[in-house]
Design a protein around this ligand. Sequence first.
Ligand SMILES: C[S@@+](CC[C@H](N)C(=O)[O-])C[C@H]1O[C@@H](n2cnc3c(N)ncnc32)[C@H](O)[C@@H]1O
Length: 275
Amino acid sequence: MADIADHYTSGKLLERLNAALKSDGADPEHPTIEALAPYDQFHGRGMEATEEIAGLLKVAASDHLLDVGSGIGGPARYMSHRFGCKVTGIDLTAEFCDVACHLTKLMGMEAKVDFRQGDALAMPFADGSFDGAYSMNVSMNIADKLGFYREIRRVLKPGGWLMLSELAKGPGGPLDYPTPWAAAAAESFLATPEETRAGLEAEGFEIVKFRDAVEDMKKYAVRVKTMLSRGEKNPHHAVQLMHGDVAEAASRNTSRGGAEGRIVPIEVLCRRKVA
Ligand SMILES: C[S@@+](CC[C@H](N)C(=O)[O-])C[C@H]1O[C@@H](n2cnc3c(N)ncnc32)[C@H](O)[C@@H]1O
């Protein structure tokens, strides 16, 4: 577990983020959701995927959501801003939690959005605390998938929903490392789409929607390539922020893995069964 937090820890995240914001002409002391969007969404297709996932959810302003593996809090702030709801994030990586709290305070959102450092497999929340939960690109770091689903189920209210997006194991063979989520194969735990579906059902969830986002990933890659060829900025710069020098190799291995069917992005909306 410590290896996983180490993989994400650079000690330089805030410095890199502030430099990136300044080079965009934004004020690091007054960040906005729009200014942070290229940097604070640590998952494939960045803000585009977050907006799309939010569009699948029904959230009331009175709801309290859980963000499992919340990174530096981009998705949590976006959900709270969009729905007016409370969001609590939990993440293993202390540096990410510190930056998440820092940005949320600068944006004046701390009454609605908070973060705890901790392990998704043993969360410091009472049973039935949350109306809904989501987890974006986190499960690839978690070997005990059934324990992960069980722990999320425990903290959801009966009938509460879970939105899971992850990179699943595809039929195209093993990946090369590093990737954005793992320095080496020993830190990466990919399940096939079928294993994910069966695991969620075994732990008391009913599947509401299950889709693969392969085509979205391919179209996004083409769009970014076109933007870069026109000299425009990359709309998603999170891997560079997290991993500095290793980012290029990590991004290349992921792109190739997607193109060769070694990984398959999936999105699953499911609901905690009532009985
Ligand atoms: C690729 S990042 C995604 C962050 C965030 N969900 C986002 O999309 O911006 C994966 C995150 O999962 C966190 N993580 C990995 N294993 C975890 C665990 N067992 N418990 C809590 N967080 C974990 C990492 O610290 C990292 O922040």
